[in-house]
Design a protein around this ligand. Structure first.
Ligand SMILES: Nc1ncnc2c1ncn2[C@@H]1O[C@H](COP(=O)(O)OP(=O)(O)OP(=O)(O)O)[C@@H](O)[C@H]1O
Ligand SMILES: [Mg+2]
Length: 225
């Protein structure tokens, strides 16, 4: 489903992704760990076509990401579920409206929107917060809203960059549990994180990056963390 083939991304003189090759199958749950500056976010930005690469190829299903036009990339991104550390919710829209707006953007049938918003709010446990605005929610609740938004259009691939970075351990665990649930439903999950404890608990595939290179790729984290 995802292939990186000798991907190079250079900022200035430095290779931030240095011949990165990897392959991720449908329905896998893959964590990417590594110290700050290792290239985790760059890996994700290049995967979604938000950053251009200097060499190599990136393929996601039938999409040749690195040679697509900006317009084609916009369509491609609408098929993904993307979650960031800082939630990126619209402050002037309430929880339900944030999700409905995202559905509208990706062409979801309007007559089904209300029902789908209710469904995903239930999945993340926010059914009683639909009318609240982001500023009225805790960090964990905001991230759950962002997850509900990311999964509303039923994407086959969920990409999360440090989704627990601003959260207390308990909320972080809840967010991880949600990602695991989504993965059990069949979606592929790619998670970039610093949080070794959570990754350890996951017991799923872990790719470790250092200085733009993949230094290990193991079926389970437990061996060495
Ligand atoms: N737009 C940019 N221009 C120049 N250098 C950049 C740019 N974006 C990232 N970098 C550099 O690329 C390297 C990798 O950054 P990246 O954000 O991918 O790391 P990361 O592994 O996600 O780190 P963190 O754990 O802190 O989020 C860093 O050294 C960073 O300074
Ligand atoms: Mg990062």
């Amino acid at each position: 489903m995802i292939i990186f083939d000798k991907v190079k991304k250079i900022y200035g003189q430095r290779a931030v992704l240095d011949e990165v090759s990897l392959s991720i199958e449908p329905s896998e749950f893959v964590s990417v760990i590594g110290p700050s500056g290792a290239g985790k976010s760059t890996l994700i930005y290049t995967l979604i076509g938000a950053e251009k690469i200097n060499d190599g190829n990136i393929v996601v299903d039938d999409f040749k990401v690195n040679i697509m036009s900006e317009k084609a990339l916009q369509m491609f991104r609408r098929k993904l579920g993307i979650i960031f550390q800082d939630y990126k919710l619209l402050a002037k829209k309430n929880v339900a409206e944030n999700i409905a707006f995202a559905l509208e953007t990706c062409g979801f049938p309007k007559q089904n929107t209300k029902k789908r918003v209710e469904e995903v709010l239930k999945i993340v446990g926010l059914e009683n917060h639909a009318d609240k605005f982001p500023r009225q929610l805790s960090g964990g609740e905001q991230q759950k809203t962002a997850i509900a938004r990311a999964l509303a259009h039923d994407p086959k691939l969920i990409i999360a960059d440090e989704p627990t970075g601003n959260l207390d351990p308990e909320s972080a665990e809840e967010i991880l549990d949600l990602l695991v649930t989504i993965n059990k439903g069949g979606a592929t999950v790619l998670l970039a994180t610093h949080n070794k404890n959570l990754v350890n608990k996951l017991q799923k595939r872990v790719i470790r990056m250092e200085k733009g290179k993949i230094v290990s790729d193991l079926a389970h984290a437990g061996y060495y963390l």
